[in-house]
Design a protein around this ligand. Structure first.
Ligand SMILES: Nc1ncnc2c1ncn2[C@@H]1O[C@H](COP(=O)(O)OP(=O)(O)OP(=O)(O)O)[C@@H](O)[C@H]1O
Ligand SMILES: Nc1ncnc2c1ncn2[C@@H]1O[C@H](COP(=O)(O)OP(=O)(O)OP(=O)(O)O)[C@@H](O)[C@H]1O
Ligand SMILES: [Mg+2]
Ligand SMILES: [Mg+2]
Lengths: 253, 253
């Protein structure tokens, strides 16, 4: 079972969009995939067509032991893709988890004994307890990075958090890579950010870049991944290329 | 003293950009303005040219009583505009504040006895303790809304939080308005979101819309508000129009 966390404390950089489409790409090549929505906003759940009323429970109910993972997981319109949805009470766990015994390992524990090929955590825009928990339960961190100035600024803090988790809690955790999102090649700032990232983290930057594309931002309003909503769109093709790069990299790691 | 909070738990919707440029517009008409950066990422501080090394202390030091507000506030390159910067230890307060006596009122208390014309809080992308604290200390909430599907989805939760604060902690708190950001009039989704917002919240939507503009996203890398970096740009002109609308609305409320 390959477990990865999609994280970046900077808001709106494409974490959820990357989680949904990467999960879809892996499911399309017959991997059994579980997407765990750790954001109380529940965008990953909605983006896959799971309305708030269809959620029989979610991450919070599983963390607190009210339900088992199997009871809460729902299937989606994409074959092989399952979601553990989020509910709004999940925001309570940022305050409660620090006081629970072994509070840092609750997500790792809920995965015990389950046999998905891939588990993908979508995180809220913070480095709080839920994101830390997901990193402790994962082998990889995937970092979506919007090609903008503020997004670049947050990288130092994010990588410091990665090192702290790797050194103190989870030595298996590795950086799967950095993926540039909403990339507009006509924009000088975007090119500048790409050069900066390539010079600081040459081994981590994926070759694939996800272009800014209105089809990508339209897809969630139909409850579909862009890969299903419009498979030939630039955004969809870029996510398919990224999935291939990731599989190639994981085999080699 | 007029105190306002710029909040939206959805990430990347233009909270910091709106905070910086609104603060600059008010300072430009000779109001003494204090911008308080409640985001541990510190984007508002950086976007006004205050590097991490120049920050003598920040919100966290003032909340914990290590420093006074006057000791921590720094001036900016914009006359009449002052910043209480953020530092990374601010993220600790999301876990500590709930256990402090009167923890919900710490921001209201630090403003006592100071005489700025305007105080503007920039919030992190969450409805945690810092954002709640800012709302309790404020007379107005200003909601930047990106014209996208996921951003619209979060409005229900945000307005529920507003009502809870208004009813239980701060009856003075009012909705100043909703401002559409990164608006691309050629994009059907943006027009659709605008129609939805106008039908649900007709009295709250500002007439001004902030267009998507690369000059806006370039400005922070120069440590300047777009209103200083390129005053004639579409983004800058839109923020000037918004400031006028806000002043007009505040006088009438
Ligand atoms: N390649 C793209 N082209 C155009 N729009 C995009 C693209 N990727 C994401 N978006 C849109 O940008 C917005 C932000 O993306 P998304 O919600 O995935 O980011 P996030 O990092 O998960 O945000 P948050 O920090 O709030 O969790 C969304 O409205 C999304 O539809
Ligand atoms: N009108 C605009 N046109 C183009 N880019 C913009 C505009 N407004 C903001 N941006 C850019 O979009 C990104 C998100 O904006 P900003 O950081 O202000 O949002 P935020 O809500 O404060 O994010 P967070 O949730 O991380 O605090 C930034 O890189 C910013 O420079
Ligand atoms: Mg998200
Ligand atoms: Mg911000």
């Amino acid at each position: 079972m390959t477990v990865m966390t999609i994280a970046n404390q900077k808001g709106g950089v494409g974490k959820t969009t990357t989680a949904i489409n990467l999960a879809t790409a892996m499911a399309a090549i017959n991997k059994r995939v579980l997407l765990i929505d750790l954001d109380p906003q529940g965008n990953a759940s909605t983006g896959l067509g799971i309305s708030a009323s269809e959620r029989r429970g979610g991450v919070y109910q599983v963390i607190t032991g009210e339900q088992t993972l199997s009871e809460s997981v729902v299937s989606t319109s994409v074959p092989n893709l399952y979601v553990l949805p989020s509910t709004q009470d999940l925001s309570a766990s940022e305050v409660e988890l620090p006081h629970v015994d072994e509070g840092l390992y609750v997500l790792k524990k809920i995965l015990n004994g389950h046999d998905f090929d891939f588990v993908i955590f979508d995180c809220p825009p913070s480095l709080g307890f839920l994101t830390i928990n997901a990193l402790i339960a994962s082998q990889y961190i995937l970092i979506p990075l919007q090609a903008e100035f503020f997004a670049l600024e947050g990288m130092t803090q994010l990588l410091r958090t990665f090192r702290r988790i790797h050194n103190n809690y989870n030595p298996d955790l590795e950086i799967l890579g950095i993926i540039l999102t909403m990339y507009d090649s006509r924009n000088a700032l975007a090119q500048h950010v790409e050069e900066e990232v390539r010079s600081y983290f040459p081994e981590h930057l994926f070759d694939s870049k996800i272009p800014r594309s209105t089809r990508v931002s339209e897809a969630p309003s139909h409850g579909l991944p862009v890969m299903v909503y419009d498979v030939k769109s630039h955004g969809s093709m870029a996510y398919i290329r990224l999935a291939k790069e990731i599989l190639h990299k994981i085999r080699g790691m």
